[in-house]
Design a binder for this molecule. Structure first.
Ligand code: HEC
Ligand code: HEC
Ligand code: HEC
Ligand code: HEC
Length: 120
């Protein structure tokens, strides 16, 4: 019983923090990647594969690529940038190493290089 309560409390805390983030996003005008997809009609279940994603849910690159095709395909769209953020000299770069669903995205290249990107 105790454990179940703790579990429920943490689910609630995370649910609240996600909705708090969403409210904050709406107020400040910043939209995270998942919000922008939802606005375009991409339902939670399309990225997540389940109707109600649970805390700790992740989205595999294959799921992103069901629409975006591949890293090489998105690399064509960012070809004007040098270096191209989608050019991959690292084996098996996943979309969510940079693009985050419900939080600020990160420029993982900057952990090794002095390269500046604005990751949407
Ligand atoms: C564009 C794809 C996409 C859509 C659409 C999307 N998500 Fe996510 N979601 C992600 C990614 C990627 C993660 C992994 C964590 C992160 O990047 O924020 C995630 C993580 C989550 C998590 C786990 C968060 C945590 O911190 O444990 C929950 C819960 C979740 N999503 C709920 C939802 C709900 C509810 C919707 C619909 C309103 C939704 N997602 C729509 C991509 C998406
Ligand atoms: C159901 C199809 C679908 C899935 C699944 C999907 N996307 Fe998208 N995505 C779109 C559409 C449609 C657009 C708007 C048109 C475009 O730019 O291609 C878009 C736009 C984007 C953009 C442009 C920036 C922005 O915010 O508008 C990025 C970055 C992106 N998607 C990343 C991802 C990542 C990462 C995932 C997996 C976590 C993902 N997408 C999953 C359909 C999808
Ligand atoms: C190394 C970080 C990184 C990774 C990994 C990454 N992206 Fe991106 N992505 C970026 C950056 C940076 C931009 C914005 C480029 C710009 O400023 O025009 C971007 C832009 C995009 C766009 C919008 C392109 C446009 O027309 O403006 C899409 C769609 C996208 N990414 C999808 C993906 C998908 C799908 C994956 C995984 C297969 C992925 N990205 C992996 C950094 C990354
Ligand atoms: C773990 C550290 C690390 C990360 C993360 C990393 N790089 Fe590198 N990168 C290196 C090293 C080390 C070299 C030099 C050795 C080599 O050429 O392979 C290099 C070389 C390069 C070069 C020179 C040309 C080439 O292909 O050798 C480019 C361009 C580059 N990186 C771009 C990127 C971009 C874009 C990202 C993000 C997608 C990135 N790097 C992420 C370590 C990293």
């Amino acid at each position: 019983m105790q454990i179940r309560h703790l579990f429920c409390a943490s689910v609630l805390a995370i649910a609240l923090s996600i909705s708090a983030q969403a409210a904050q996003a709406a107020k400040s005008g910043t939209h995270f990647l998942a919000d922008r997809h939802v606005e375009r009609g991409v339902a939670c279940s399309v990225c997540h594969g389940v109707k109600t994603p649970k805390p700790g849910a992740v989205v595999e690159t294959a799921q992103c690529n069901s629409c975006h095709k591949s890293l090489d395909e998105v690399a064509k769209r960012t070809a004007k940038l040098d270096p191209n953020p989608h050019y991959n000299h690292l084996v098996g770069l996943n979309c969510t190493e940079c693009h985050r669903g419900h939080q600020k995205s990160v420029n993982m290249c900057a952990s090794c290089h002095n390269i500046k990107y604005n990751v949407p």
